[in-house]
Structure formats: C-alpha cells, structure tokens
Unconditional design. Structure first.
Length: 232
C-alpha cells in the first residue's frame, strides 16, 4: 500500500503545471515575433523621418528673397553702356531684362553686343536655399550635356569664385541668330535662394580669342551681385 501511495498519480501530475498544446505555443511565438518586427519597423520609420526632416530643413535654409527683384533696375545706364554701346533696354518681364544693341545688324564693322539677365527665386517653404543649389547644379549639367552634341564644342562649365555664393561660367559659338552667328559667354550664380543667369553675346564672330566676351559676362555678373546685396 505504501508503494502505491508513493507513486505519482495522474491528478498530482496535472497539479504541477498547465499543459499547453504545441500548436498554441507555436502560434504564440509567431505572434510575438511579428509584434517585435512591427515595432522595429515603426521605430526605424520614425527615426528615418526625423533624419529627413533635419536634412531637408537645415538651419538658415530659408532664403533672403521672397521674390526675384526687378532685373532692369539692377544695372545703371553707365554700366550697361560699357558692355552694349548705344543699347536699347527691353523689360521682358519683371525678373528678366534684355539690353540689346540698337545698330543695324546688317551693316559691317558694327560691334553687335547684347546682354540678357534672368533671375529665378526659389520658394519652397523653408528649403529655398537647397532648391536653389539644386537648380544651379542642374543648369550646369544641362549645359554640359548639350555641349557633347554641339559643333564646335563649347567651353565646359567652369566654377567661379568671388561672385555670389557659388557660380560657374561657360561659352560657345551659336550659328543661328540675326547676326549670322555669334559667340556667347554665360555666367550663372547663386545668392541665397536667388539664381541669376547672365548671357553676354557678340554677333558676327565665332570665337573669343582675346577673352573680351567672357570678361564682359563676368563684369555684368559682378555688378549684379553687388546690386543684389541691397535687395531681398
């Protein structure tokens, strides 16, 4: 009788714990694992969004210019007359101005110079400066890409210092215009969220051997950058 009492019975075995079917255990493990993965994904997404917010809107990203200034008001007559003697000005729009030579382009031995300025203000709710940087980089790439298929090959974009916050210049021959061909030098520069595009062109020539056209574009860009310091 004592031996029978010492042996564990089915009732006493069940009292020591609760038996859980294996399928239930497996399902619980899968659910817990899924919850952990979901939480990890959510945390990663939150952290990534926080990083994006910081990079998209760094301090000081808000631009100086609420709108592009009036382009025709940035250069005075004396300055323009040095580059385009006897010019006629044409206000294409508020942010675009052309200073064109007024001489008959069909007559020989006439210095046919034109100056064109375009201003673009980037406005993107706090990321204006970043957008302006992207625009300038895209403009440089466009000029480089188009130059690959041009004949003769234009000068590739070259970075400049001392004009705005960043700038580049390029130049090349254009065979289609009223002058029967011309050489155009371009300067593009950025000040805060404003992009300025300067084109200085001389008709009737294919090259710029003495650098006069390139220097004219640079001089116009310097005057514009100086004038823009007081605008915004």
């Amino acid at each position: 009788m004592r031996e029978a009492a010492d042996e564990p019975t089915e009732r006493s075995t069940r009292a020591t714990g609760i038996l859980v079917p294996r399928p239930v255990v497996a399902l619980t493990g899968v659910l817990l694992f899924g919850m952990a993965v979901s939480i990890g994904i959510l945390l990663t997404s939150v952290l990534a969004n926080a990083d994006d917010d910081v990079s998209a809107e760094p301090s000081g990203a808000k631009g100086r210019f609420a709108a592009a200034p009036r382009a025709c008001g940035l250069l005075d007559d004396k300055q323009v007359n040095q580059l385009v003697p006897g010019f006629n000005s044409s206000e294409v729009e508020h942010s675009a101005c052309d200073w064109l030579n007024r001489y008959d382009w069909r007559k020989p031995n006439v210095e046919k110079y034109d100056l064109r300025v375009r201003l673009i203000a980037q406005k993107q709710n706090g990321s204006e400066v970043a957008r302006a940087k992207e625009y300038l980089a895209g403009k440089k790439k466009d000029i480089l890409d188009k130059g690959q298929f041009a004949t003769p090959k234009p000068l590739p974009p070259k970075d400049l210092r001392g004009i705005g916050e960043e700038a580049f210049t390029s130049g090349g021959h254009n065979s289609i215009n009223l002058y029967g061909g011309s050489y155009k030098a371009t300067v593009v520069f950025r000040i805060s969220n404003l992009i300025a595009e300067v084109d200085y062109e001389r008709g009737g020539v294919k090259e710029d051997p003495d650098g006069k056209i390139a220097e004219g574009a640079l001089q116009a860009a310097r005057w514009l950058a100086e004038s823009l310091k007081t605008d915004g």
